[in-house]
Design a protein around this ligand. Structure first.
Ligand code: SR1
Ligand code: MG
Length: 404
C-alpha cells in the first residue's frame, strides 16, 4: 500500500512526493518548492513551484476539521464537489474558472491552475483598485452558470441527478446557521461585535421580531428551493481578478439552491468595500472615483444580470410551460427579490457573526467601525424587510445611499 492510498492530513513536506507520484505535470529536471498560501476558514492551499523552469500549480487539500480551531467536522466530499463544479462551469462559461488538472478522492486533494497573474479581489478592493469590467464579467459568469442548471433549460431528470450529486449537507449547515440563524438570535452565543455596537445590535437585530420572521422565511427558501446549481459563497474572496478578466474559484459551498444567493453575495461584498473606503480611504479624487465605481457595480450587477438573464432565457429555454408569456418576468422578479433579502442576511452576518470580513475588521478605530456597521445593519434591514419591492439596481443603490 502506497503512502497516499489512505487519507491523512498532508503538510508542506508531503506535497512534493505527492505531486510527483500522482501527476506528470512537471519536467524531469524540476526543482520543486512548496508554500502553504491558504488563508480561508476551511482548507489547506499549497503552491508547488518549479524553481528551475517556472511552472507552478495549486493544490487544495481538505482536512476533516475546519482550520479555524472550532473542532467543527466538515465532510471532505466538499473537495470533490468543488473540483466537479469547476469542471462543469468551465463548460458553461469557459475561461471564467480555474482549470482543474485532477482530483484525488482518497487524499481529498484537487490540483489546479495557478493564477499567479491574478489577485484575490478582496485584497485588491482593500487597496481601492478599480476594475471597470467587473460587473459585466461577473454577471456573464452568474447568468451562464446559473440559468444552464435550472429546470428552465436542463432536462428535468438530468437536473435531478445534479441535485443528488451536489447535496452538500455539511456546508449547507454552515450557511443555514451562520447566514440564516445566528445573526438573528445569537442562539449559539458565539456572535460578537465591538463594545460600542452591542446595544444597537441587541435592539435593532436580536429584538426585532419582524426581522426574525422575514429571516426565517428566507432560511426555508434557502433550504427548500432547488432552483439552480449555485456557487454558494460568491464573495470577493472567491474571485481572482486582474485588469483583463476574472476567475471564480472556491465553489465548495455549491448545491442546488436559490440563484439569488450568488448575486446577493456579489452586491453585499461590494457594499463592504464601499464602507471600508468610506472609513479608511484618504479624501480626494481617487476616493470619489472608487466610490463611483462601487456604486456602478452595485447597480449594474443587478441590471446586467437581469438583461443577460432575459436574453439567455429566450435562447436557452426548453420547458414548454416556462415559455408562457409573463412567466420569465415572474421568475426573474423572484430571483431579484431573493437577492435583495439574502444580501441583507449576508450584510448582517458579517457584522455580528463569527465569520467577519477584513473590510470591517481593518477599521481599527472602534467608533469609526461602529458607525459604518450601524449603517450596514440599516441597509440590511431594509433589504430584508422590503425585498419584495426591490427589483432594480437603482433600488439597491438607492437604499445604500439613503443610509450613508
Ligand atoms: C466556517 S466557514 C465560515 C464562512 O467562511 C466561508 O467562506 C463561508 O462564507 C462561511 O460561512
Ligand atoms: Mg471560501
Amino acid at each position: 500500500m502506497g503512502r497516499f492510498d489512505r487519507y491523512f492530513l498532508m503538510e508542506c513536506n508531503d506535497i512534493v512526493e505527492y505531486v510527483l507520484q500522482k501527476y506528470e505535470i512537471f519536467a524531469e529536471d524540476a526543482e520543486l518548492s512548496v508554500e502553504e498560501i491558504g488563508d480561508g476558514n476551511l482548507n489547506y492551499v499549497f503552491r508547488v513551484q518549479d524553481e528551475k523552469n517556472g511552472a507552478s500549480v495549486i493544490l487544495k487539500h481538505s482536512g476533516i476539521e475546519t482550520r479555524a480551531k472550532s473542532g467543527r467536522h466538515v465532510d471532505t466530499d466538499r473537495n470533490r464537489i468543488e473540483a466537479e463544479i469547476l469542471m462543469l462551469q468551465d463548460k458553461y462559461v469557459s475561461g471564467y474558472v480555474p482549470r482543474v488538472y485532477g482530483y484525488d478522492p482518497v487524499m481529498c486533494c484537487m490540483v489546479m491552475e495557478d493564477l499567479k497573474n491574478y489577485e484575490v479581489m478582496r485584497g485588491a478592493l482593500l487597496k481601492f483598485s478599480i476594475y471597470p469590467f467587473f460587473a459585466d464579467q461577473i454577471t456573464t459568469y452568474m447568468v451562464n452558470c446559473l440559468l444552464a442548471t435550472t429546470d428552465i433549460v436542463m432536462d428535468h431528470k438530468e437536473k435531478k441527478q445534479l441535485v443528488k450529486s451536489y447535496v452538500n449537507p455539511d456546508l449547507c449547515t454552515i450557511t443555514e446557521q451562520l447566514v440564516y440563524s445566528e445573526p438573528f438570535g445569537n442562539f449559539a452565543g458565539k456572535n460578537y461585535v465591538v463594545d460600542e455596537l452591542k446595544d444597537y445590535v441587541e435592539k435593532e437585530v436580536y429584538a426585532d421580531q419582524d426581522l426574525k420572521l422575514e429571516a426565517a422565511k428566507m432560511k426555508f427558501g434557502f433550504m427548500e428551493h432547488a432552483q439552480a446549481l449555485i456557487h454558494g459563497d460568491l464573495h470577493s474572496g472567491s474571485i481572482f481578478i486582474n485588469s483583463k478578466g476574472l476567475k471564480v474559484f472556491d465553489p465548495e459551498f455549491a448545491f442546488y439552491g436559490p440563484m439569488g444567493y450568488d448575486l446577493a453575495n456579489v452586491v453585499a461584498h461590494m457594499i463592504f468595500a464601499k464602507f471600508h473606503s468610506i472609513a479608511l480611504q484618504k479624501e480626494g479624487r481617487d476616493k470619489e472615483k472608487f466610490q463611483e465605481w462601487i456604486d456602478s457595480v452595485i447597480r449594474e450587477s443587478v441590471d446586467l444580470f437581469k438583461d443577460k438573464f432575459t436574453k439567455r432565457y429566450d435562447e436557452l429555454c426548453t420547458d414548454c410551460m416556462a415559455k408562457t408569456e409573463g412567466f420569465k418576468e415572474y421568475y426573474l422578479e423572484g430571483v431579484i427579490h431573493d437577492a435583495a433579502g439574502i444580501a441583507g442576511c449576508e450584510l448582517i452576518r458579517r457584522v455580528v457573526g463569527v465569520a467577519k470580513v477584513k473590510d470591517l475588521t481593518e477599521i481599527k478605530d472602534n467608533i469609526l467601525r461602529m458607525e459604518q456597521e450601524k449603517k450596514i445593519i440599516s441597509i440590511a434591514k431594509e433589504f430584508i424587510k422590503n425585498r419584495e419591492k426591490i427589483s432594480s439596481g437603482q433600488q439597491f443603490l438607492g437604499i445604500v445611499k439613503k443610509n450613508l
